[in-house]
Design a protein around this ligand. Sequence first.
Ligand code: TPP
Ligand code: MG
Length: 237
Amino acid sequence: MHLFDRSVNFMGGHAIVGGHLPIAAGVGYAIRYRGGDQVCQCFFGDAAVNIGAFHESLNMAAKWQLPVVFIIENNAYGMGTGIRRSAAISELVERACAYEGLAATQVDGMDVLAVRSATDEAVRVAREEKRPSLIEAITYRFMGHSMADPSHGTYRTREEVEGWRADDPIISLSDRLISAGLMDSEEYEEMDRAVIAEVEDSAAYADASPRPEETSIYGLVYSDEYRDDPGRRDRWR
Ligand SMILES: Cc1ncc(C[n+]2csc(CCOP(=O)(O)OP(=O)(O)O)c2C)c(N)n1
Ligand SMILES: [Mg+2]
């Protein structure tokens, strides 16, 4: 939840559902204010569309014509709650009609190339037409929401999960690449092995790293002045 890397303009993962949408609007405002041509892409789950910050952010982005692409990853569940049980709308993308000037599209989120062209178009709209966009990508979550989530049995069936797995976007993209002659299956398998190894190495590196000092909890959160002043710090303990 605390990943953040300014060097690649990755503005963080956020634990509060929808809490980063106003940040995206702020980033969009900063881009517009400074006259840059960057576009802010903001990803969130289906559960965020019922949060007040979703509407506040879309409203300001539309009103101020901010270069922001809001992307709903609609995987049908917010943790174990079906979106049809929590949202008073069936097509989430239709929420966009409440905001003048907000471009909107729904896309097959299991189709990598379709997502790519929808995103390309939204970036073009942000740059050339000076308008934000809302993209709803229809997708699915193969795993549980977290380690505590049994994944199936309580809120969805094993058959439902397996049905969506048959449409795994990574497999279908590799099938398309192979049948178009752009790669062969050995190259794909080698790439797959390399990615798995990179992930496993990263996990091993994290496991083998020393635990951070307790005081580092204040680093990169508050100003150095705050962190280095035990009097001010301890008041919040
Ligand atoms: C404002 C807020 N309310 C409740 C929670 C508890 N919570 C954590 S994840 C989650 C649902 C997230 O659903 P979604 O964004 O669709 O992610 P997915 O379950 O599909 O991974 C909730 C309600 C939270 N983190 N923030
Ligand atoms: Mg979800």
